[in-house]
Design a protein around this ligand. Structure first.
Ligand code: DPP
Ligand code: ZN
Length: 872
């Protein structure tokens, strides 16, 4: 196990100006001919005379330097490298090798998905195609020729623009296509696709008037599910021009949907390859959430064309340079397309539930890690979501205009280069004459800081002082925790809920916390206000604040900041759920919900807001996963019980209103416009509360919704409710659903996942049976995630069963999967990393499974790294 350190980075000794690739494609044996123009890097001080290329799982056929076959004594070959001894300063290297796409179940490099051939090269997959300097700071101009059978692979795609005439006919029923990408790129952005694919075509005129061909490729039977993806792409292209001044740069932009894919999608230059889950969408087969995810991921990959491709990463420690920034960009895009408040709440919910948990456990790492064993293990919530929060704080500190100026400079200065997070921050500083020296701590410190707030009001002076203390209690090993720069957006409310003017005109201000302890005083404050702190969740921190329940309700009723208004409601509810847990654990009487809180819920239900999607969030309970993250020791059973009690109280106190709104919003909107989507989410929230009443009436209503649904959102919402009923009852609905959708893989994934998440007592037994189902396949990541992944991450009740059966089942499957697809296996292994959050019995059970995995041979470095870090 080799650990790679950021501090050991050195510039490449050789560079590759031109890469010409020739593929003779077939599923069992593909011939790769590569012709590389290589030269010594003048900027490299090291004097290693040899060229060391990376390569894995390749069969060498031939090797030539400047046209001459290389004698075996002039090179060395092992299972990871090809070393050319003492080459000249500039030479042409020609390599011929074979690969076998059909046995490539790791889905990295060139592989087979159903009948097509496709690639995934990020992070280090290109070396599984041919030997190369497979590192992001080696950027080269690629030309590709693809030869394949005309009938089996009529469509042949690669990066850049098509060159020469369209597919040229050759002997043996073969044909050839040529592609050229004029932009230098690292090998991780290389892609090719060959298959019998259907295509939706469109075009886009860029801001400077250039015509770009847009093509979405899918398997024939999915062609009717591509229009939303195409529209999303056009929206993203227009938005990036308007919001960031970024124009597309090739003549063609292609998206290919692939059934077997380790990640969500991949931003290969001009040829994005997507998990089908993030391309295909029709109202019948996809939920509203799926529609939104498709648009967000299409946006994300498109935005990478600048933040990732034109300006890329120097090394993999800089991953957040492109991912954090691009997530921030896609968040802004979605906020613009939908509701800013709703988007922010959803993102913060995700961050606080999952990234905070990651950062509080043994897998915690800074957004710029200092070491890794397997880079694929670092495509984490921390790199992506916390990385985006750090960019968002820079945006907050600079303001919209300053941030844009900084981004413009970044793209201009580093175009065509492979750079660092440091370079990004420097560009923002230089464009704004700012100093972010201290701010940069966010890149190197792991953990979630806690900020404690106290306030005091001085009646005589008419002053109000807000004092902050920051701590970073991260479990990671770094001893020196320096104070961070923390932007805190704040407003003050008077007794009537009116916003006070702060420093003159503004009602909301950003305080810049830079010290471990710091106070800010506001003057001319005539009565003691209610503080609204961390508006819009202006920093990725845990805020500790002692507000009375009355103050929380006051904010829940009046806060003008949409995020904090929602947050206040969540705080009230969390407070009572935790009190209820306490009562359950100590066998005390369960505390009642205060009338004012129920009354506020009633008021919100009675006055529909303009943003109905936001209103649904205001009325939602905090998730059990989010509550669990806040507990020092998770008591799953008490948590489920308390959550249910609070839900039932709200359900029964407001029963008539839930019911009225259910009917008022049922079958109203049918389309995928934002109003119809919001009505469906509101209606399904009402259904969820009503189902907590456990009456026959409501159950029939739910069954009726399931049976008569005209869209997937309603059908799945109803089936999700039914999934928690006794297996003897819900089995008929699952059977009916299966019969209806057995030919739609993505819908069957939902069918698997709902059963894997069921709360019914025999859930584990059902999940085990599902892994024997003819439609289950360990070689299909979406399937693995929908059964084993869903069980391990979204069914805490049964995963954490006190007899250890849940842990054992997941560990068994990690081992089974490891020999097939180590990347996905390592993802699953993450679920065993949170053992410190549980009681000692469960801790022992989880650790026993981790040790069992660790002792297994062979074990991939992917799983091995996760398991050994988890055990520390
Ligand atoms: N495909 C992944 C993403 O776009 C990795 N680049 O985030
Ligand atoms: Zn990305």
């Amino acid at each position: 196990q080799k650990t790679i350190y950021l501090k050991d980075y050195t510039v490449p000794e050789f560079l590759i100006s031109k890469t010409e690739l020739h593929f003779d494609l077939s599923a069992d044996k593909t011939l790769v001919n590569s012709r590389l123009n290589i030269y010594r890097n003048p900027d490299c001080k090291k004097t290693n005379p040899d060229l060391v290329l990376m390569g894995e799982e390749l069969t060498l056929i031939d090797l030539k330097v400047d046209g001459e076959r290389l004698h075996p004594e002039h090179y060395t070959l092992d299972d990871k490298t090809l070393t050319i001894h003492n080459p000249s300063a500039r030479f042409v290297l020609e390599i011929s090798n074979h690969i076998n796409p059909s046995t490539n179940t790791a889905l990295s490099g060139l592989y087979k998905s159903n009948t097509m051939l496709c690639t995934q090269c990020e992070a280090e997959g290109f070396r599984r195609i041919t030997w190369f300097l497979d590192r992001p700071d080696v950027m080269s101009i690629f030309s590709v020729t693809m030869v394949a059978d005309k009938d089996e692979y009529p469509v042949l795609l690669s990066n850049g623009n098509r060159t020469g005439s369209p597919n040229i006919a050759l002997a043996d029923n073969k044909h050839a296509a040529r592609w050229h990408d004029p932009f230098p790129k690292p090998s991780y952005l290389f892609a090719l696709v060959a298959g019998d694919l259907a295509c939706l075509k469109d075009s886009f005129t860029t801001c400077s008037g250039r015509e770009v061909a847009l093509e979405v490729y899918v398997e024939e039977h999915d062609l009717d599910k591509t229009s939303h993806a195409m529209q999303s792409l056009k929206n993203a292209m227009r938005w990036d021009e308007q919001a960031f001044g970024r124009e597309y740069d090739l003549d063609i932009y292609m998206i290919v949907a692939v059934s077997h894919f380790n990640m969500g999608a991949m931003e290969n230059k001009g040829l994005n390859i997507f998990n089908t889950k993030y391309v295909l969408a029709s109202e019948k087969t996809a939920t509203d959430a799926d529609f939104e995810n498709v648009e967000a991921v299409i946006g994300h990959e498109y935005f990478h064309n600048w933040s990732g491709n034109r300006v890329t990463c120097r090394d993999w420690f800089q991953l957040s340079l492109k991912e954090g920034f691009t997530v921030f960009r896609d968040q802004q895009f979605t906020a613009h397309q939908t509701s800013e408040a709703v988007k922010r709440i959803k993102d913060v919910n995700m961050l606080r539930t999952h990234q905070f948990a990651e950062d509080a456990g043994p897998l915690s790492h800074p957004i710029r890690p200092s070491s890794f064993v397997e880079i694929n293990n670092f495509y984490t919530l921390t790199i992506y979501e916390k990385g985006a929060e750090v960019v968002r704080m820079l945006h907050t500190l600079l303001g919209e205009t300053g941030f844009r100026k900084g981004c413009d400079l970044y793209f201009e200065r580093y175009d065509g280069q492979a750079v660092t997070t440091e370079d990004f921050v420097t560009a923002l500083e230089d464009a704004n004459n700012a100093n972010f020296e201290q701010f940069k701590q966010w890149y190197s410190q792991a953990g979630t800081p806690t900020v404690t707030v106290t306030t005091s009001y001085n009646q005589n002076e008419k002053t109000y002082t807000v004092s902050f203390e920051q701590h970073n209690n991260s479990p990671s090993t770094q001893a020196d925790k320096e104070p961070l720069v923390i932007p805190i957006r704040l407003g003050l409310l008077d007794d009537n809920g009116k916003e006070l003017n702060l420093h003159g005109e503004q009602t909301s201000t950003v305080l810049e916390l830079t010290k471990a302890e710091q106070s800010f005083t506001f003057t001319d404050i005539n009565t003691e206000p209610t503080p609204s702190i961390l508006r819009g969740f202006s920093a990725p921190i845990k805020l500790q604040q002692t507000l009375s329940i009355e103050q929380k309700i006051h904010l829940f009723q009046h806060d003008k900041d949409a995020f904090n208004r929602w947050e206040a409601g969540q705080n009230c509810l969390s407070y009572f759920i935790f009190k209820t847990i306490d009562a359950i654990q100590n066998h005390h009487k369960v505390p009642p919900l205060p009338d004012e809180l129920v009354g506020t819920f009633r008021a919100i239900l009675q006055q529909p807001l303009a943003d109905l999607a936001y209103q649904s969030l205001l009325l939602s309970l905090p998730s059990k996963a989010y509550l669990a993250e806040q507990m020092s020791t998770i008591d799953i059973d008490a948590l489920y019980q308390a959550h249910r009690i609070v839900k039932q109280t709200l359900a029964s106190s407001l029963q008539d209103l839930w019911l009225a709104h259910y009917h008022a919003n049922h079958h109203v909107g049918a389309g995928t416009d934002s109003q119809s989507i919001a009505q469906r989410s509101f209606k399904n929230l009402c259904l969820d509360y009503l189902m907590a009443l456990e009456t026959d009436e409501v159950r029939s209503m739910c069954i009726q919704q399931f049976e008569t649904a005209r869209n997937m959102t309603d059908q799945i919402a109803a089936l999700a409710e039914l999934s928690h009923l006794d297996t003897s009852i819900n089995v008929s609905y699952f059977d009916a659903f299966y019969q209806q959708w057995k030919n739609e893989d993505l819908v069957i994934d939902k069918w698997f996942a709902l059963q894997a998440c069921s709360e019914t007592t025999d859930a584990l037994h059902s999940v085990k049976k599902l892994t024997q189902h003819p439609d289950f396949d360990m070689k299909t990541p979406n399937r693995v995630r929908s059964v084993i992944g869903a069980f391990a991450t979204a069914n805490p009740l049964h995963f954490n069963a006190i007899d250890g059966s849940g842990y054992e089942f997941v560990a068994d499957n990690i081992l089974l999967l490891d020999s097939i697809n180590p990347q996905v296996a390592a993802r699953l292994a993450n679920s065993l990393s949170h053992w410190k959050k549980f009681d000692s019995t469960r801790q022992q059970l989880i650790k026993a499974q981790l040790s069992r995995i660790q002792a297994h041979t062979p074990l991939s470095k992917d799983v091995s790294e996760i398991v050994s870090r988890s055990l520390t």
